[in-house]
Design a protein. Sequence first.
Length: 108
Amino acid sequence: MIFVTDYMILAVLLFSIGIVGVVSRRNIIVLYMSIELMLNAINLIFVALSRQFEQLDTQIAALMIIAIAAAEAALFLAVIVLLFRNRRSLDANVFTLLGQREQPKNDK
C-alpha cells in the first residue's frame, strides 16, 4: 500500500530537482521545464493531502494551479519565440540585456 508520506517524499524530490534546474541552468527552456516540475510537485502534495483528509479543497487548488500553468506555458513560449527572433539565443542572460538599449553608432 502506498502511504501519503510516500507521495510527500516524491513531491519533495521533484521540487528539489526543479530548484536545482532553475539555479544551475542558463537555458530558458530548461528553466521553464524546471518551473513546471516544481508546480507539478506542489500539485502532487495538494492531491496527497486531499486524499489523506478526504476533502476536495486542495484538489480545487491543484486545478487552479494547472490552469495557471497552462496560461504560463502560452505566455512563456511566446516570450521564448520573440527572444529567439530578436537575440538568436536561448541563454537566460538575455533577460539582463532587455533593459539595455543599443547605442547608435556614429560613423563620423
